[in-house]
Design a protein. Sequence first.
Length: 354
Amino acid sequence: MVTIGAFARLSRLSAKALRRYDELGLLTPALVDPVNGYRYYDPAQARTARLVAWLRRIGMPLARITEVIALDSGAAAAAIRAYWAQVEAETAARRDLAAFLIDQLSTEEVMTQVGTLGIRYAAGTDTGAVRGTNQDAAYAGARLLAVADGFGEGGAGASTAAIDALKPVARAAVPAAELLNSLHDAAERAARAVRDAVAGSGAPQESGTTLTAMVWTGSQLGLVHIGDSRAYLLRDGELFRITHDHSLVQSMIDDGSLTEEEAASHPQRAMLLKALGSGPEGSGPDLEVRDVRPGDRYLLCSDGLSAVVEGTDLARVLAAADGPGTAVRELVALAGAAGAPDNVACAVADVVEL
């Protein structure tokens, strides 16, 4: 055993940091003298202490560090890789948001709206061929498009609660300048509603929902996204995915340790890194504002569709359908033809000139 001062030099952590980590239960001394309270450490703890120090340097929260240092080396490496991929994805989302704010503030005084746009919309869900109940929810209205994929014992209530919490923001037109604030407030309401909805379920810590939603302002679309439900844009005949999955396999794709093809059959492809009602505290949805064009067609869907239907088939059906209602019916049918192993939810909206 060595004293806290000797261990501080060995681990390259200050004695103050060691006392703090002890108080948090993150790095407990091997022995505490019952008489004088002096802390003593096993030199073998130095490796863990150094790992804690480096993880703090990359900004990992203490609660997550506690989980990582309890893993074996291989699992810890995978956990750090997943964390950093999540950080990079969130940084990219913040960069896009910063660019939007800069552009808005730079042009705020000379902005004019040319023409009037609206949306045509439809939504639908299906239980699928395997599941006994439907935990997916979908909604389409004049100012709101949303899908949510619930999981756990409280999943059905969670998905419905998340979408219901967004509806107030869609009851009146939201000025473009206020859209981000409205989205942020709506996302917080959705998170609270989901926590309340799953509180009475048998396993509230294991229940929650994804949420992908768009709020229409008349000239722009605000996007709220968390989990692995997706949003796509069909523009000029080409399909673009405009959301980033908050999943383990997506983080592995991002860091190059997994290909898209390998991800499709990965045993942990359904493991989420973020969702409403689940995941690290404070890990909220991605928020984004998108400019639109007449002729754009948007698809929001749960992984009951995207996980079993190829992107080329999604693009084909979306490009050929004569309206959102037809697109929704044909997309649900595509999932059924692929075996429909999960619930399916989708919503489609067309941007049109009024």
